[in-house]
Design a protein around this ligand. Structure first.
Ligand code: SAH
Length: 402
């Protein structure tokens, strides 16, 4: 044990880590023994010298230590293999069978699976890895070889999220880690709908699996509806309300032209092309214009990108969410359905309820929240790291005054 550095916490800082929160910020640390380098395994102790957990050190990150084990035993190959097998085991249980060539899922969800700093999505026979911790990335080869043995994919592709490189001191090298390159585009089927996915150039990891169940849930309210799908990306909500909800038609909006081209191909591919109109526009501009024109929809889906990226930006983000939801309510007919989402982990479910309350106040509406939904179970929420409880999808019924 003597070769491991010890990270000693300041007094009264230990509770979150005894409760297994995995992020130790620099401000909680009293002292560091030795000179641990990026990726060094370290032991975390309370100010009284009691062992808490083992983790990996990064002197260049605000998250100085990411914790992985609350037992005082090495973070060795066996440890990582067990963690990865547990994660993969959950998905096999959820899918009820082996992975197929056209199915997709989140295979490893970072803190949600006790592997802070690694996200892996499976697209058919390919895996897409994203590293968000430089310390964990030091073990890239080991973890990739374990993934290869446990999952046996045809190839593993590596991506680094924009912005993370600077926060963590990670070099953002995208490319093939092992095996064959993924085909472009790759095809996956979700909720009986076919999607073209470009895992190499697409946003994030190409497809948002977290909304899988919400897409079906929203479709239940769509019979005969005129639908507005704000931030449509792959066209997924639009297609689900048509295919599973028998909606009348959809106006689908996104600011990204490449996203809309992809969405249009998906819609055509699924034989739904005649019922979707696409528009390349800023979401706020389009909502303002529709409201000004007095347009009314029966169902509005709001699925914007993360408006809150940091705690500092929260107030601005909340204003943005309130404004978008106020506009969403204004373009609904009275009695219509608003499906409103937020994927900002910094914004709690209670905060998001308050967004709906404020928006309703401003739009002079009465709102009933029918369903408060979260992310699909292949994005498990860690009870010890509630930041993993990031996706909110509230399905609401909205009545206008008068
Ligand atoms: N609804 C999608 C996911 C949306 S992701 C799904 O179920 O998969 C967010 C989308 O918002 C992205 O496609 C992005 O291009 C788009 N976007 C980002 N900023 C925007 C803006 N200001 N106006 C409109 N669309 C925006």
């Amino acid at each position: 044990m003597s070769d491991l550095s010890t990270i000693r916490l300041k007094p009264r800082k230990a509770l979150p880590f005894f409760c297994r929160h995995p992020w130790v910020f620099e401000g909680a640390i009293q002292s560091v023994s030795g000179h641990p380098v990026v990726g060094a395994e370290v032991r975390l102790e309370s100010s009284e010298g009691q062992f808490i957990a083992r983790g990996l050190y990064n002197p260049g990150s605000k998250i100085r230590v990411r914790l992985y084990s609350w037992q005082d035993r090495p973070l060795d190959e066996e440890f990582w293999r067990t963690r990865i097998e547990q994660a993969v085991g959950l998905r096999r249980q959820l899918a009820g069978s082996q992975a197929t060539a056209t199915s997709g899922e989140r295979l490893i969800f970072s803190e949600g699976d006790g592997i802070s700093g690694l996200t892996v999505d499976r697209y058919g026979h390919w895996l897409l890895t994203q590293w968000t911790s430089a310390a964990l990335a030091e073990r890239r080869e080991l973890l990739i070889s374990i993934l290869q043995q446990v999952v046996q994919p045809r190839g593993i592709w590596r991506r680094t999220e924009r912005g993370i490189g600077d926060l963590e001191g990670l070099s953002a090298v995208d490319g093939l880690a092992v095996g064959e390159e993924p085909p472009r585009p790759l095809e996956i089927v979700e909720n009986d709908l076919v999607y073209e996915v470009d895992v190499i150039e697409g946003q994030k990891t190409g497809f948002y699996f977290d909304q899988r169940d919400n897409r079906l849930a929203v479709a239940r309210y769509a019979a005969g509806a005129r639908v507005l799908d704000i931030c449509t990306y792959t066209g997924s909500f639009a297609m689900n309300v048509l295919k599973h909800g028998n909606a009348a038609d959809v106006l689908a909006v996104d600011s990204s032209r490449p996203a809309l081209e992809l969405a249009a191909r998906n819609v055509a591919r699924n034989g739904l092309g005649d019922r979707v109109t696409f528009e390349a526009s800023d979401a706020f501009d389009k909502l303002e214009a529709l409201a000004a024109a007095g347009e009314k929809f029966d169902l509005v889906v709001l699925d914007p990108p993360k408006l809150a990226r940091s705690r500092g930006g929260m107030q601005r983000a909340i204003k943005g969410y309130i404004r978008m939801n106020r506009l969403g309510m204004q373009v609904l007919r009275s009695g219509g359905i608003l499906a409103t989402c937020s994927c900002s982990g910094q914004l709690s479910r209670t905060d998001f309820e308050q967004v709906v309350v404020q928006a309703a106040q401003q739009a002079h509406c009465e709102v009933q929240i029918l369903e408060q939904r979260g992310q699909a179970p292949d994005h498990p929420v860690s009870a010890h790291c509630l930041e993993t409880n990031y996706l909110k999808c509230f399905i609401c019924r909205v009545h206008h005054d008068g």
